[in-house]
Design a protein around this ligand. Structure first.
Ligand SMILES: NC(=O)c1ccc[n+]([C@@H]2O[C@H](COP(=O)([O-])OP(=O)(O)OC[C@H]3O[C@@H](n4cnc5c(N)ncnc54)[C@H](OP(=O)(O)O)[C@@H]3O)[C@@H](O)[C@H]2O)c1
Length: 299
C-alpha cells in the first residue's frame, strides 16, 4: 500500500487550520501533521485523539518550522495578524515558511492569503492584515513554490463576536454595525474551509498558481440582519454606520477593520460558484444562522 501523503497544517488549533485538519482526517487519505506551539492544550489533544500527528513549532523560529515541515508533501499555511497587529511580523512569518517549503521541495502549499490592498490602490488605502498576506503571496510565487492562495471572506462566525449585534438606543431592537452601504458583503463559515482545501490539494495541476476568492453568500447588511431576525425572533437592523464612524469606534482594530470594509466596498473577487464546487456542503448564511441561533439567546 502506498504511504499516505503527509500534510502539515499550521494554525491547526484555530478556526481555519482546525477546519482543514478535521477535513483531512475525515478524508482518510492523508497523514495530518497538526502544528501548534502548545501540544498540551485541549485542541491539540483532541487532534491527537482524532489521529493527527501533533507537532510543536513556533512560526517565529526557523529551526522549528523546518523540522515541522521535514517529510511533508504539502502544507496548509495560515498566520494570525490579530495576535500581534503587526504587518511586518506577519510578513516575516509567511516568508519564513515560504523559504522552508522551497528548500524542502514541498509539492503543494495552500496559503490563506488576501489581497495586497496598498499595491492595488496605488497606496491610497492600507489594510495591514491584507497587505502583509498579499506580500507573502507574491513572495511564494517569486521564489517558485507551487502555491494556491485561498482568500477567505468575512467569516459568518464574526457575527458571534466582533460583529455581534448590539442593543439599539430604543432598548428593544438590535443594531448590526457593518459599514457596507448598499454593497453586498461576502461571507462563509470558516468551518467550511477544510473540504475546500482538500479539494484543492487533490487537484494540484488545476489550482497551483491560482488565487481563489471564497464566499458562499453575497448579501446586503440588511439581508444579514433580516435572516438573523427571523432565526432569533429579535428585531435586528442594519445600523447604516458609515466607514468613518466605524473607524472612530475606538476599539483596538476599529481603524483596521474600517479600512477592510472600505476595500470590501471595492468588491474584491469572491467566487460563490467555485467555492460550492470545491465544497458542495458549504453553508449559505441562512443555514449557518439556523445552526447557530442558540448563540444569540442571551443577546
Ligand atoms: N475572521 C475573518 O473573517 C477572517 C477572514 C479572512 C482572513 N482571516 C485571517 O485569519 C487569520 C487568523 O486565522 P484563524 O481565524 O484560524 O485564527 P485563530 O482561530 O485565532 O487561530 C490562530 C492559530 O494560529 C496559530 N499561531 C499563531 N501564532 C503562531 C505562531 N507564532 N507559531 C505557530 N502557530 C501560531 C495558533 O496556534 P497555537 O496558539 O496553538 O500555537 C492558532 O492555531 C488572521 O490572520 C486573519 O487576518 C480572518
Amino acid at each position: 500500500m502506498a504511504a499516505k501523503r503527509v500534510v502539515a497544517v499550521f494554525g491547526s488549533t484555530g478556526a481555519q487550520g482546525g477546519s482543514v485538519a478535521a477535513a483531512l482526517l475525515a478524508n482518510g487519505g492523508y497523514t495530518v501533521r497538526a502544528i501548534t506551539r502548545d501540544t498540551t492544550k485541549p485542541a491539540a489533544l483532541k487532534l491527537k485523539e482524532a489521529g493527527a500527528e501533533v507537532v510543536c513549532a513556533d512560526l517565529d523560529n526557523e529551526t522549528n518550522v523546518e523540522s515541522a515541515l521535514t517529510g511533508a508533501d504539502s502544507a496548509f499555511v495560515v498566520t494570525n495578524f490579530w495576535e500581534h497587529f503587526n504587518k511586518d511580523k506577519e510578513i516575516e512569518q509567511g516568508k519564513r515558511i515560504a523559504d522552508v517549503t522551497k528548500r524542502l521541495g514541498l509539492k503543494h502549499v495552500v496559503y490563506s492569503g488576501l489581497e495586497n490592498v496598498k499595491k492595488l490602490t496605488g497606496g491610497k488605502l492600507e489594510v495591514l492584515h491584507f497587505d502583509g498576506k498579499g506580500e507573502v503571496e507574491e513572495y511564494f510565487r517569486a521564489i517558485g513554490v507551487p502555491m494556491t492562495s485561498v482568500r477567505l471572506p468575512s467569516y459568518f462566525e464574526n457575527l458571534l463576536t466582533f460583529f455581534r449585534p448590539t442593543k439599539a438606543s430604543d432598548g428593544e431592537t438590535y443594531n448590526l454595525a457593518i459599514p457596507m452601504g448598499d454593497i453586498l458583503l461576502d461571507g462563509m463559515s470558516v468551518s467550511d474551509l477544510g473540504p475546500v482545501v482538500v479539494s484543492v490539494l487533490k487537484c494540484p495541476a488545476k489550482y497551483i498558481g491560482k488565487d481563489i476568492g471564497l464566499s458562499t453568500d453575497k448579501l446586503l447588511v440588511a439581508q444579514y440582519a433580516d435572516i438573523m431576525s427571523k432565526a432569533t425572533g429579535k428585531t435586528i437592523k442594519d445600523a447604516k454606520i458609515s466607514l468613518d464612524a466605524y473607524r472612530s469606534l475606538g476599539f483596538p482594530g476599529a481603524q483596521e477593520l474600517g479600512n477592510m470594509f472600505e476595500f470590501y466596498q471595492m468588491k474584491p473577487v469572491r467566487n460563490v460558484d467555485l467555492t460550492l464546487e470545491l465544497n458542495p456542503k458549504a453553508k449559505k448564511f441562512q443555514e449557518w444562522m439556523q445552526q447557530n441561533k442558540d448563540a444569540y439567546k442571551d443577546l
